[in-house]
Each structure stands twice: as C-alpha cells, then as structure tokens.
Design a binder for this molecule. Sequence first.
Ligand SMILES: [Zn+2]
Length: 305
Amino acid sequence: MQTTLKHDIAMVGTGLHSGRPARIVLHPATDGGIRFRRVDITDRDNVIPARWDMVTDTTLCTLLSNEAGVSVGTVEHLMAALAGTGVTHALVDIDGPEIPIMDGSAQRFVRAILRTGLAPVAGPLRAIRVLAPVRFEQGAVLAELTPADTLSIDFEIDFADKAIGRQARALTMENGTFVHELADCRTFCRAEEVETMRAHGLALGGSLDNAVVVDGDRVLNPGGLRRSDEFVRHKMLDALGDLALAGAPILGAYRGVRAGHGATNRLLRQLYATPGSWEWVTLDAETAAHLPGAGVGRADLRRAG
Ligand SMILES: [Zn+2]
C-alpha cells in the first residue's frame, strides 16, 4: 500500500553546515513520491523531487538540485526516516537551503512521523526489484546491489581513528529494524576536521549536540556513544536514506564498504544505466509486509531510541 502522513508535521532546527535556523513542514501528498519545496524561493520552480538523478553534490551531505538551480542539502537522514517508517508520498516545505540536522540522527524525524501516523493512498505500490548484480568500485570503496526479496544493508567501515576502527554489520530492513536499530545513530567527524570545515565556512551549526566527535581513541561527547558500533550503524542509516532516492522501495541486497553518499548515488546511476539489472514490480501484500516501514507504528515509539 502507498502511504502518506495523516497530518502536517512542523519541525525547527539548525542547518549543520550553514548554521542557520531552518523550519520544515512535512505535508501529506497523494502522488509524486517525496518532494522538497523551497518556500523561501518564489521566482523560479522551487520544487525538487527526492530522486537519484537530482543529486548534484555528495561532498559532505546529499544535495539535490532542480533544473532551475534550486537546491536542498542534507536530505539523507530525513529520507531514511521516511523510508524507514514507510512514507511513500510527502511534500516537504523548507525555508532555506539545508534540512535541519536535529540531533545528528533520524530519531526526531522518526518519532514525529510515528506520533502523527500514516494514511493509506489509493493505488498499488511499485518497487524496484534488482535482477542482476551492479556495483560501483573506486579504490577501497565499494557499493553494490545484488538480487534479494527484501532490502538488506551490509556495511563495513575501517577508520584509522582508534575510537572508530573497523566495524561491520548486516541487517535486513524489515520488522521495523530501521526504527529499532539504526534511527538513533548519529553522524560523526574528527575533532581536527571541525576546524578545517569551519575555516571553509562549513559545519557552522555543528556541535556535540548533533554529531559524535572523535579525537584519536576518544569520543569527545560527554554522554559517549548511544551504541558501541554507532558509527557503522549511522553509515547504514545514510545508505537507507540515499537508496530511498531510487524513487521506490528497492528489493535487493545492498553492500557498502567505506561507501559514502557519492558511492551510493553512483551505484543507483549504474543500476538505472544497466539494462536488465532491475524491473518494476507491483507489490502484493506478502512482499509489502517485508518493506522497511511495514508494520511500524506508535507502539514502536518507545523503541525508536
Ligand atoms: Zn549521515
């Protein structure tokens, strides 16, 4: 079943890179998938579909731009929250260039969506079934999709920083796994990178309240980590958000090794550029029951981190 939100959801926060306050309002929609609308821009087309082919920058976050040059950045955590709770249609109004970072995870978006609830949208739900392996590889970076009946995410990271090190985890994205296992895992960076980014006018809104900051073998946040392998879990959260830009749920197994937003987007481009690597399928109830957001509801609030 296609779904949307029962009611509007308004949230305020700060842009991680701009440091500017931003307000978003998630509106129910009955078609069009997930779309962003820059309400502060009125002299051009201000609607940006949340789609892989609108991705124009992945340096520090996933940034989408439309043909009029109107863009919205840091969409990945909100996209993960929408995919992980099963929202297929919504119009997201934003009054600036960057989705607020909130606490650095998808937790606040997920909680707001679960509290508001979902409404069905008439019409069958289509998904993208992976038929043949596709991969993007560059040096030590790998992102690949292989055929599977349910979306799974298998991720591996290997950082020289002792506080992070090598972490690997694989999870099938069903039975509310995203909400229970990944949604509360925060973005992270090195203390030494913070000064460099600020010198370049980036991460101006960053703080220990919205990112895990590591320095060698230490985590600088007073509260420490939320999970012992929070780092790799956040990368899995990012992967779900970036895969949600496929335009429909994916039935396939994703594997990422040191992959970032750019690698996952290149993988989606590879998928769409490879004839015979995927097909549209109309989901029956049985298959739809295994989607990332299937069966997730208010009862999951206490387990949403
Ligand atoms: Zn992230």
